[in-house]
Design a protein around this ligand. Structure first.
Ligand code: MF3
Ligand code: CO
Length: 249
C-alpha cells in the first residue's frame, strides 16, 4: 500500500524537509580539509535537535549516528568517526529528520577543498541524474521512468548505477513502499500518482556497479575501489514537476 499524502501531510513533510535542506546547505561551509566526520555528525545532531526534530538515522536498525558520511570509494552508510577529511576527498553526507512524526531524508556529495576532474565530473553527473530522475516523478508516469532517466544519463558517460541499494517511499516512516531503483525501463512499474512521497537517491560509481559491505556491517564500498557519489531528495508528486521538500531554493 502506498499512502497518498494530502495537504495536511504535505505541510508536515515540508517542515521536516526544510530542516534537512538547511542543514545540507550548512555543510557546504563545514566540509573542508582537517574536519572529522564525527564533528560533522555532532553538528548535524545539534542542528536537528535545535529545530525540535529527531535524528531519524540514530538507532535505526542499530545505526550509531545522525549522518552517514561516505568518503571516496564509500558509496553509502559510512559511519562517522575520527577520520579527518583531506584535500581532494569527496564525501557523501546523508541525513534524515523526523518532525512531528514525519520524515525527510536527503543527501549531497561535497568536494573537500580542490578536487580532481574525475571526481568533479562524477559529482556533477550524479547531481544532474537526480534532477533527471525526480523530474519523472509525475502523476501518470511509471515508476521505472525514474530509474530509466538516471541510468540513461550516467551510463553514456562511462559511469555505473549501483543496484544493491535503491530509493524508497517515505512519510510517517523513512522506508515505505515502493522501492525505487535507479535503473529500469521506460513505461514499466506502478503508475505514479499525485500525493505519493518518494526519496529518490542515485548512487553512481566511476567504475563498475558492484558494491560490498565492510566488516562494520554498514559501510558500503565499491568492489573495484572506484569513486562513488550520492545525491538524494525527498519529493512529493504534485501537478507537473514534483515538489522537492529537501531543498530551500
Ligand atoms: N538515505 C538512507 C536510506 O534511505 C539512509 C539510511 S541510513 C540508516 O536508506 F542508517 F538510517 F539506515
Ligand atoms: Co533514503
Amino acid at each position: 500500500m502506498i499512502e497518498l499524502k494530502g495537504p495536511a501531510e504535505i505541510l508536515k513533510m515540508r517542515a521536516a524537509g526544510r530542516i534537512i535542506g538547511a542543514l545540507l546547505e550548512e555543510f557546504s561551509a563545514k566540509v573542508k580539509p582537517g574536519v572529522s566526520t564525527g564533528e560533522l555528525d555532532l553538528f548535524a545532531r545539534r542542528f536537528i535537535e535545535a529545530k525540535g526534530a529527531l535524528p531519524t538515522f540514530l538507532g535505526y536498525q542499530g545505526y550509531p549516528a545522525t549522518i552517514c558520511a561516505s568518503v571516496n570509494e564509500e558509496v553509502v552508510h559510512g559511519i562517522p568517526g575520527p577520520r579527518k577529511l583531506a584535500e581532494g576527498d569527496i564525501i557523501g553526507i546523508d541525513v534524515g529528520a523526523t518532525l512531528d512524526g514525519w520524515v525527510a531524508d536527503a543527501a549531497r556529495t561535497y568536494a573537500v577543498g580542490k578536487i580532481g576532474p574525475e571526481a568533479r565530473q562524477l559529482i556533477d553527473a550524479t547531481r544532474e541524474a537526480l534532477d533527471k530522475g525526480l523530474d519523472q516523478a509525475r502523476d501518470g508516469n511509471h515508476l521505472q521512468d525514474i530509474g530509466f532517466a538516471v541510468q540513461s544519463y550516467v551510463e553514456p558517460k562511462g559511469f555505473s548505477v549501483v543496484r544493491d541499494f535503491v530509493g524508497h517511499g517515505i512519510g510517517r516512516k523513512m522506508h515505505e513502499s515502493p522501492q525505487i531503483p535507479n535503473y529500469g525501463k521506460k513505461g514499466l512499474g506502478l503508475k505514479i500518482k499525485k500525493g505519493m512521497a518518494f526519496a529518490i537517491e542515485p548512487m553512481i560509481n566511476r567504475g563498475a556497479y558492484q558494491v560490498k559491505v565492510l566488516g562494520d556491517g554498514w559501510t558500503v564500498v565499491t568492489r573495484d575501489g572506484s569513486l562513488s557519489a550520492h545525491f538524494e531528495d525527498t519529493i512529493i508528486v504534485s501537478d507537473g514537476a514534483p515538489e522537492i521538500m529537501t531543498r530551500l531554493s
